[in-house]
Design a protein around this ligand. Structure first.
Ligand code: FAD
Length: 257
């Protein structure tokens, strides 16, 4: 059953505040500098509002992870290449077709999970996501063209190496992007009862796909350490489901240093 991540996040924020934590929204972190003192290193977080010094900092900047790391003096690679993932909600008459989640066998060439079938908590049936290059890191509607984001991809030599080896897959994926019928047909390959189902576009997510300089996709977690800061540079799916376990790992690692 798919759970809305917003409600989960709000509950975690409430827990954190009850324990004395402070949450700042709409405050962009511009860069982080390391300071080495006689008592060890600290990190100075420069934000759009102020600069504050901390004993330990963990960054999880998702689609902006490479930019924040680079602005903080770290390697710009792995770079982030945005891939959107569109979901579709099927007609209500298909709601009872499945009772849980059904996933295709993953293609080991790609870190994407493939089009899966999800019974939502509201009873609806959702299929998706597809995977195609996004023209914006944060364009959640329409074509979502963002010139700096598109230029970043176009000038990334790793991306062109990746593209050269994946034209056939891109051609197949674009079919499912342009046509709901093709998209449903993909899901119907392993849930035949969905054959011919109609639907409407639902939410779109944008994957922060980390890419190596040589154009290979990074399919594992990447966590870099610089002084008192840990940069989470790649947290692919199931990063949301395993968020609490990842947090424990990060805290344990921070405590050891
Ligand atoms: C289409 C799609 C489907 C997915 N499905 C699943 C799934 O079924 N199960 C699962 O477990 N995972 C899934 N994932 C993956 C999951 O969403 C990620 O693993 C997870 O969100 C990564 O968490 P994060 O904290 O690293 O980054 P994010 O969740 O992207 O959070 C980063 C946050 O940092 C903020 N930020 C960025 N830059 C700055 C800055 N400079 N200053 C301040 N804030 C900043 C952003 O606004 C954002 O709020 C899916 C992802 C996509 C795109």
């Amino acid at each position: 059953m798919g759970l809305p991540s917003r409600g989960l996040t709000e509950a975690l924020v409430a827990d954190f505040r009850r324990s004395g934590g402070r949450v700042r929204f709409s405050t962009e972190v511009k860069r982080i500098n390391q300071r080495n003192g006689s008592n060890g290193s600290t990190a100075i977080v420069h934000s759009s509002v102020d600069s504050q010094e901390y004993d330990q900092v963990i960054t999880c900047a998702g689609l902006q992870a490479d930019r924040l790391a680079a602005r903080s003096g770290e390697d710009k690679n792995p770079s982030v290449v945005p891939f959107f993932g569109q979901y579709f909600i099927l007609e209500p008459r298909f709601n009872d077709t499945v009772n849980g989640l059904i996933y295709p066998v993953p293609d080991p060439k790609y870190p994407f999970l493939g089009v899966h079938v999800t019974r939502r908590i509201d009873g609806g049936l959702m299929i998706g996501p597809n995977a195609f290059l996004s023209f914006s890191r944060e364009g959640y509607k329409g074509l979502g063209l963002n010139v700096p984001d598109s230029l970043a991809v176009a000038t990334d030599p790793g991306f062109w190496r990746f593209a050269a080896g994946n034209m056939a897959t891109a051609a197949r994926e674009i079919g499912g992007v342009l046509s709901i019928e093709k998209f449903v047909a993909e899901a119907a390959r392993y849930v035949p009862a969905l054959d011919g189902a109609g639907g409407r576009r639902a939410t779109r997510g944008i994957r922060a796909q980390a890419m190596n300089r040589n154009g290979t996709l990074v399919d594992d977690f990447v966590i870099d350490r610089a002084g008192a800061t840990m940069f989470v540079r790649n947290a692919p799916s199931p990063g949301a489901t395993s968020a609490l376990a990842i947090a424990e790992h990060l805290i344990d690692t921070a405590a050891l240093t």
